[in-house]
Design a protein around this ligand. Structure first.
Ligand code: 3PG
Length: 210
């Protein structure tokens, strides 16, 4: 799958933080049971790569990716863990070079028009707008659609169940990301039923981007 296929499969990508390795598989199963298959597990905890490996090996139907890629070496680690895609909060020449050398499809982060121009020059046409709400939200994405109509975005950061539909209605938004499907309180309590219920709430959401 390429990045656009993965984004369209969303169209909501949960941003997941795993603190306890034993939570990885049940949490991923809870999301998949609710119809959310594209999962971004962030490299923010010591167990993140092991969590990705466990989900990739054990959770049928999951399309597992690595989030918070910030260094070239993350590409290899992600592939070894079985990740099918990567997401970065920003983009640097080092990351562009690493992405070109790697089989891991990358959804890179941008926040400004200059970031967008640099990412497009690096060969990327699917971009994560991060942090989306703080960068201007729906108004920012409409404005970016003027000079960059061919680009597709995955806004992430500050989006909720209530605001996701406004983003997904934009012609340049292929998916949205966020942590609202995996609230820290539900994960801490291992309340997988709540996570499945939150995932199910996204069932009616679809993107309008082509
Ligand atoms: C992140 O990287 O943490 C994501 O952008 C999630 O942001 P959110 O918690 O505002 O959804």
């Amino acid at each position: 799958m390429n990045v656009l296929d993965i984004m369209r499969t969303g169209p909501v990508i949960p941003v997941i933080v795993i603190d306890r390795l034993e939570d990885a598989v049940p949490l991923a199963r809870a999301l998949v049971a609710g119809g959310v298959r594209v999962l971004e597990v962030t490299l923010r905890t010591p167990v993140a790569l092991k969590a990705i490996e466990a989900i990739a090996n054990e959770v049928e139907g999951a399309i597992t990716g690595v989030g918070t890629i910030t260094q070239a070496r993350d590409f290899d680690s992600a592939l070894k863990a079985g990740a099918l895609f990567g997401v970065s909060p920003g983009l640097t020449p080092e990351l562009i070079a690493a992405a070109k050398d790697s089989a891991l499809p990358l959804l890179p982060g941008v926040m400004t028009p200059s970031d967008v121009i640099a990412a497009r020059a690096g060969g990327f046409t699917e971009l994560k707008l991060f942090p989306a709400q703080q960068a201007g939200g729906v108004g920012m994405l409409k404005a970016l659609g003027g000079p960059f109509p061919e680009l597709r975005f995955c806004p992430t950061g500050g989006i909720s169940a209530a605001t996701a539909p406004e983003f997904l209605a934009l012609p340049n938004v292929a998916c949205v990301g966020g942590s609202w499907l995996t609230p820290a309180s539900a994960v801490a309590a291992r309340d997988w039923g709540r996570i499945t219920a939150l995932a199910r709430e996204t069932a009616g959401l679809s993107n309008t981007a082509d």
